[in-house]
Design a binder for this molecule. Structure first.
Ligand code: SAM
Length: 222
C-alpha cells in the first residue's frame, strides 16, 4: 500500500483506475495525466486528497475538475501535438498544464482575477511553457488569436457560445458541457468541410460559465 502522500504512486494509480479502466484510451492523454502533478494545483488544506476521484475546492466558489473529466475533454479534442488551443475556465491551471503537454500552444481564459493569478504562478513553478493565462470573459472567445484548432470549455453553459463556434478553425473541435434541465452533457462540436456536427460524450457536472454568452452573474440573475 502506498504511504500517505506518496503522490507519484497515487498519480499512477489514478491513471490506471480512474482513467484507463473507465474508457480513456488515448495514450498521449494518459501520459500527460501521468506527468502533471495535480497536488501542485490544489490548496494546501486539500493536498492530501489531490488524487481523489472528484473535483476539489480551489477558493472563490470554484473547483479543480475531477481527473476523469479533464482526461475526457482532452481525449475528445483528439490533439496530436501541433494545435493552438483555447481553454475557457483556467481555474487552478491544472487542465491548462495537461493541455500544454498535448498541443503546441494554449491560451487559457479565467474570469476570476485571483484564480488567474494563482494559476499563472502554479504553471510558472512547474516550468510550463507555451501556456498563457488571460483574465476575462471567455464566453466571448478571444478574437486576438483566433482561429483555434481546439477549444475546451470547463464550465457549463446553456448552449455552445456563438463566439467560440465562430473562432473554431476548419477541422477544429469545441468540447463544452451543455446545461440541461437535469444534468450537464459534455458535447463535442466538430467543424468538417464547412459543416458543424455534434457528438455527445456523456453526462457530467460543472460549475456555470458566467458571462455574456453563458449564465448571468448571481447578482444579475432574474
Ligand atoms: N479546469 C480547471 C482546473 O483544472 O482547475 C477547473 C475549471 S473550474 C471547473 C471552472 C472555471 O471556469 C472557474 O475557475 C470559473 O471561475 C471559470 N469561469 C466561469 N465562467 C467563466 C468565463 N466566462 N470565462 C472564463 N472563465 C470562467
Amino acid at each position: 500500500m502506498a504511504k500517505p502522500n506518496n503522490f507519484p504512486d497515487q498519480r499512477a494509480r489514478m491513471v490506471e483506475r480512474q482513467l484507463r479502466r473507465r474508457g480513456i484510451d488515448d495514450e498521449r492523454v494518459l501520459a500527460a495525466m501521468a506527468a502533471v502533478p495535480r497536488e501542485d494545483f490544489v490548496p494546501e488544506q486539500v493536498r492530501a486528497s489531490a488524487y481523489n476521484d472528484s473535483a476539489l475546492p480551489i477558493g472563490h466558489e470554484q473547483t479543480i475538475s475531477q481527473p476523469w473529466v479533464v482526461a475526457a475533454i482532452c481525449q475528445a479534442l483528439q490533439l496530436d501535438g501541433d494545435e493552438k488551443v483555447l481553454e475557457i475556465g483556467t481555474g487552478s491551471g491544472y487542465s491548462a498544464a495537461v493541455l500544454g503537454k498535448l498541443s503546441r500552444r494554449v491560451i487559457s481564459i479565467e474570469r476570476v482575477p485571483e484564480l488567474g493569478e494563482s494559476a499563472r504562478r502554479n504553471l510558472e513553478e512547474l516550468g510550463t511553457r507555451d501556456v498563457e493565462v488571460i483574465v476575462g470573459d471567455g464566453s466571448r472567445g478571444y478574437a486576438e488569436e483566433a482561429p483555434y484548432d481546439a477549444i475546451a470549455v470547463h464550465a457549463a453553459t446553456p448552449e455552445a457560445p456563438h463566439s467560440l463556434l465562430a473562432e473554431l478553425a476548419q477541422d477544429g473541435r469545441l468540447v463544452v458541457p451543455i446545461a440541461t434541465g437535469s444534468a450537464d452533457l459534455l458535447v463535442a462540436f466538430i467543424r468538417e468541410n464547412g459543416v458543424l456536427r455534434q457528438e455527445t460524450i456523456g453526462p457530467c457536472r460543472f460549475v456555470p460559465l458566467i458571462g455574456a454568452e453563458g449564465f448571468n452573474p448571481p447578482d444579475q440573475a432574474e
